[in-house]
Design a protein around this ligand. Sequence first.
Ligand SMILES: [Zn+2]
Length: 333
Amino acid sequence: ATISTKVIAKINAGKRAPTQAHHTATHLMHAVLRSVLGKHVAQKGSLVNEEYLRFDFSHFAKVTDEEITKVEALVNEKIRENIPVVIKEMKKDDATATGAMALFGEKYGDVVRVVEIDPNYSIELCGGTHVGSTGELGIFKIKQESAIGAGVRRIEAVSGKAAEDLINEQFDLIRGIRDILKHPKDIGKAIENLVLENGELKKNIEKYETQNIATIKNALLQKVETIGGINFIGSIVNVSNAETLKKICFSLKNDLKDYVIVLATAIDGKPNVAIMLDEAVATSKNWEAPKIIKEHITPLIKGGGGGQITLATAGGQDSTRLNEVIEKVKSLL
Ligand SMILES: [Zn+2]
């Protein structure tokens, strides 16, 4: 069938220029990778668009930070040399004789298109779109290196305006961090100090928490009530997080037998409750801590919870009835 409609093909220059830059940068990087990493580097896949370039190649180790820096530096050197990109058509055998790189497994015709960027540096068989000379790339920057399979690495990189954008993004990020840190002279040192200080504070908090748990535990042991042969502790305690409630329960465990423990606290106005049953009590009374929580506690604190047969916790919205929570559990004994 024939189509009689006229069509006009137009090149989208806004996409074309950055795509050309990324494609040409791929040629340069390919040649540089072979000189930095070795001649075993062969293209396994390539994607080029206006935003970035992605290049997959054979190599059996991670490309180190030093190698990345070296590859960037060499590509940028070739950019600054402003080497003309020369495109020739020649017989396939003549092209092969120049040492032009071809894609393994790719079928070529008798006449091939050869793209030359410095004949001593990069000659490839290629039908793609390129810049006129390497200076048009402006700058080249690798964003990421990763493994995509056994012996295949992937590099994502940018050139031209996309590289400028990436560099600006990074500078903005550092500026933002510097603002947050109130403009220290040495930003790296400032962050290192913060991390150290944070570690010290955490250690201190843990130390005080351990002391606090011991103090609360000793006070609670003074308040054990024996009801029907069960040692009951029910109390509102002052702790800063729900995890500590559990820790207090566990610390009491070693000093008691046949126990039922219910501890309640309000953290930032929100109620938290922990119930722990001695295994012997759970068995003889056929009690389960999560069941007690669900049936008797969560309605009072307007919340939810759960756990194991011998230990369950709950959180909720209403912290005004914590005394009732304790009385309720006591009344079950
Ligand atoms: Zn090309």
